[in-house]
Structure formats: C-alpha cells, structure tokens
Write a protein that binds this ligand. Structure first.
Ligand code: IFM
Length: 484
C-alpha cells in the first residue's frame, strides 16, 4: 500500500463531494419503460464479448430502486450525484420521437435528488448509443453528432436549470478507440480509420450539444465534458522513447483537449495517422463549433502508463498492457511502434497500478495549460476483491487507502493552485464493469446481484466522514458503519 498522511488535509468550504454512476452500468430494465436497444445490449448479448457473458439487462436494478438509492446518497451526505442519461431510454432510435416515460424517469430522479439536497450532475452520453444509430454508421458518421445535438436540446428543455452541471460526453477516448479500434467495447469494430472518424464526430457532437444546451438555457448554462486523460511516462529520456510518449499523448489526450479547448487538432496527428486516414471528415466550421467555451472540465483518473519505442504486445488473453481487455487489435491508432511496459505495483483488481502522484501531475499540467478553466474530478476509485464477512459487511481497507491517497492528491493540487471544484468517487455502488461484467467491483456500496440488496462497505463510512468533515480522515479512522 502507498504511504498515507496522518493528518487530514482540509478542502475549500464550497468543495463538492459526490459519487458517480452510469445508466447502462446500474439501471437494468433494459426492455422496460419504452427503452430502445443500445449498442451495449447488442454487444453484451453477443457470446464471447463480456466475461461470463454478463449483460446490463438487470445490473444493479437501479431503475426500480431510485428512492432507496437516493436515500443511500443522503446517508452518505453527498453534495452531488453524477448520473448519466440513457439515450435509447429517452429516444429509442436516437432520432425522431422521444419517449415520455424515459424522460419522466430522469425528471423524477432529478427532483428526488434536489429534494434530498443533492446536486444533479448529468452526463448525456456514457457509451450507450441507440443501436439504430449504430446500424446507420454510429460515431463514424456525421449524422450521429447532429442527432446528439437534438437529443441534448430535448434534455435541456426537460431537465432545464434543475441540473447543476451538464456533461456532454464521458470519456470519448473509450467510445472511439475501444469501440472502433480494439473492439473490446461496443460496437466491437476493429478499424483504425473508423476510430479516428469517431474521435472527430464525438468532438463535433460535444460542440453541438454545448450550443444546443446554451440555446435553451442561456449563455451561462453550466456545461462540461469528461475526459480520461492518460498520464503516460516515457521509460527513458532517449528521444525515441520520448517520441513514443508524445505519440500516445497526441492520440489519447491532445485529439480531444486541443480541438475542444484550443480550436485545432494537434499538429503531428495528421502525420502520425497518415497511413490510416486523411482526416477529410473534418469540415470547415467544425472546429469553431467544437471549441465553444466550457464552464468546467471533468477529469477521470485511475492510474498511469509507461511506454518506450518498440513493438507492442497484444492478444495475450489477459488485461491489455494499457490496462484494458486484451485484443488482437490495438486501440492506439498510429502508434504501431510504441510498447507499453508493465507498471510497478501495487495494482487494483483491474491490474491498474496505484499512483496518486499521477493525479497531482495531471491536475497541475491542466492548471498550467488552461489556468482559467475550473476542473472537477468526475471519477476516481478502485476495484478490489471484496470479500464480505459473515454479516455481509465488506472491510475494504485497500479501497479506503486508495481513496485516501487520491483525495489527498486532489488537495495537494489545490494547494498548488489547481482550481478543482469537486470530486466524485467511482462508484456509488458495484455495477456492470463493461467487458469485465460483474467480476470487478468499484462500489463503496456492495450490491448483491442475486437479491439487489445494497450494503455500504467500510469505504462508504469513510467517505461519509470525509464529506462530513471536509477534510481527509486517516485511513484507520474509527467511523461507525453506514446504515440506511
Ligand atoms: O466503469 C468505468 C466507467 O464507466 C468509466 N470510467 C472508468 C470506470 C472504471 O473502469
């Protein structure tokens, strides 16, 4: 375990403590309430695509347990809750008619949160594209971005100013590269050119959505995007290794950061990917739309990576060298000569190394590059092999240590001048971890998938203490188990 500080670093008075989830990972009710099929329904129901063939059909059954789950959040003392809207639940085919029952579900959830004193932070796209749109080309075609703009507009009309912060997309890196290059996520395509077209159309969808939300709710409407920026280190100072790191930074981070915040694509990306695509899908005026100013930038952080110039190893059957499920196809389009090195431990159950300093480095780099843009850590957390005791309680000391050290890292970055406004633990409860199905548990609340029963883990009590005191409790803080 990494060393922990004995003292509790304090946070700014208005700092927002929250937890995060995503629709497909917790809702279940896949065929209820007028919901249409999404790419994750199709993918997870295809044999071999997820561990043990798990699907999100039932998940944590949140759709039927909203009052209980909001009560849980209230018991935690959360200031905010980051949820995502299932596009096919509110617009079954992704274009045309909206589904009133789906819209009412989210409207009711938002009302309940507000009544419980919890600020709703709403993500419009956390990977569950309506299948009908995928059948028409998915993120590889421009029309999907245009449909997304119209969907965002309708949500802004329905949820309006009850939303504390809008987030257009969650981790477009995953949607583009895991969905269309390595194929370990839905829709399971393995085509580098398709992935780069998806990058651009996701960026465009983001920009169109920002404009639509502001058109409905006014110029001050709070809008963000959440990026999973990769913190990658070069193995040595050798120019070839430094170039390998630059190549990864470009394809992983800069193809989102630069268009969204600076209105251009990174200079080297065209040359790096010349054998794959000519980028002719970028049309005149697109970058203007994409760089529409944001209120905050959401940052998801879990671990770091290390690269050198070399030949990548993929297809070994275990977690991929970059921490994602292994595939014969690399997600790193244009980085054929980059080798990922194993990171020293400790590791989480995902095989991801634990390095809180990476979060400090990331937040400080963003502070330096975009000093006027407030940041929010929209996801951070860890999967471990939780073993309930005889009473069904989980004494998850490793998760507490992970959260302690990462929250402390956020405090360190704030003290060094990063304008970080909030932190959302991933996740409120155990859920469907995509290609890993239910085999990986990230929740601070345990879910018994056979009964749906929720049991707060020790980390939930620790997190509630953090929220209550607004300062980092010691890892061994004696706090009463959280009951609801
Ligand atoms: O579960 C995911 C989430 O959906 C997106 N960010 C990373 C989490 C852990 O893998």
């Amino acid at each position: 375990m990494p060393a922990t500080r004995p003292d509790g670093r304090a946070f700014p008075a208005d700092f927002l403590w929250g937890s995060a989830t995503a629709a497909y990972q917790i809702e279940g009710a896949a065929d209820e309430g007028g919901r249409g099929p999404s790419i994750w329904d199709t993918f997870s129901r295809t044999p071999g695509k997820t561990l043990d063939g798990d699907t999100g059909d039932v998940a944590a059954d949140h759709y039927h347990r909203v009052p209980e789950d909001v009560a849980l959040m209230q018991a935690l003392g959360l200031g905010a809750y980051r949820l995502s809207v299932s596009w096919p639940r509110v617009q079954p085919t992704g274009q045309g008619a909206f589904n009133d029952e789906g819209l009412a579900f989210y409207s009711d959830l938002v009302d309940r949160l507000i009544a419980a004193g919890i600020k709703p932070v709403v993500t419009l796209y956390h990977w569950d594209l309506p299948q009908a749109l995928e059948d028409a080309g998915g993120w590889t075609v421009r029309a999907t971005a245009e449909h997304f703009g119209r969907y965002a507009r309708r949500l802004a009309e329905v949820l309006g100013d009850r939303v504390h912060l809008w987030t257009t997309l969650n981790e477009p890196w995953c949607s583009a590269y895991l969905g269309y290059a390595s194929g370990v996520h839905a829709p399971g395509v393995t085509d580098g050119a398709a992935a780069l077209a998806a990058v651009h159309h996701l960026n465009l969808a983001h920009g169109l959505a920002v404009r639509e939300i502001r058109d409905v709710l006014g110029a001050d409407a709070p809008v963000s995007i959440t990026l999973n920026l990769h913190v990658t280190r070069a193995a040595t100072d050798d120019p070839a290794d430094l170039d390998a790191k630059d190549r990864i930074d470009t394809i992983a981070n800069e193809v989102f950061l630069q268009p969204i915040l600076e209105g251009r694509y990174p200079e080297r990306v065209a040359a790096d990917t010349a054998s794959v695509t000519d980028w002719s899908f970028v049309q005149s005026g697109d970058l203007e739309i994409i760089r529409t100013p944001l209120t905050q930038l959401g940052v998801n952080y879990y671990s770091t990576g290390r690269v050198r110039a070399g030949t990548p190893a993929v297809g070994d059957g275990g977690p991929g060298p970059d921490g994602h499920r292994s595939s014969a196809h690399s997600p790193w389009v244009g980085a054929d000569r980059v080798e990922w090195l194993p990171q020293p431990g400790p590791h989480t159950a995902m095989g991801w190394n634990i390095e809180p300093k990476g979060l400090v480095d990331l937040l400080l780099e963003l502070r330096d590059r975009y000093p006027a843009l407030p940041l929010v850590v929209t996801e951070n957390g860890a999967a471990f092999e939780d073993v309930p005791d005889a009473d069904g309680r989980v004494h998850d000391v490793e998760r507490i240590a992970y959260l302690h050290d990462h929250v402390d890292a956020v405090g360190e970055a704030i003290e060094a001048g990063a304008d970080v406004r909030g932190y959302f633990v991933w996740s409120l409860m155990d859920n469907f971890e995509w290609a890993y199905g239910y085999s990986r548990r990230f929740g601070i609340v345990r879910v018994d998938y056979a009964t749906g029963e929720r049991t707060p883990k020790d980390s939930a009590a620790w997190y509630a203490e953090l929220v209550r005191t607004n300062a980092v409790p010691p890892v061994d803080a004696v706090v009463p188990a959280l009951t609801v």
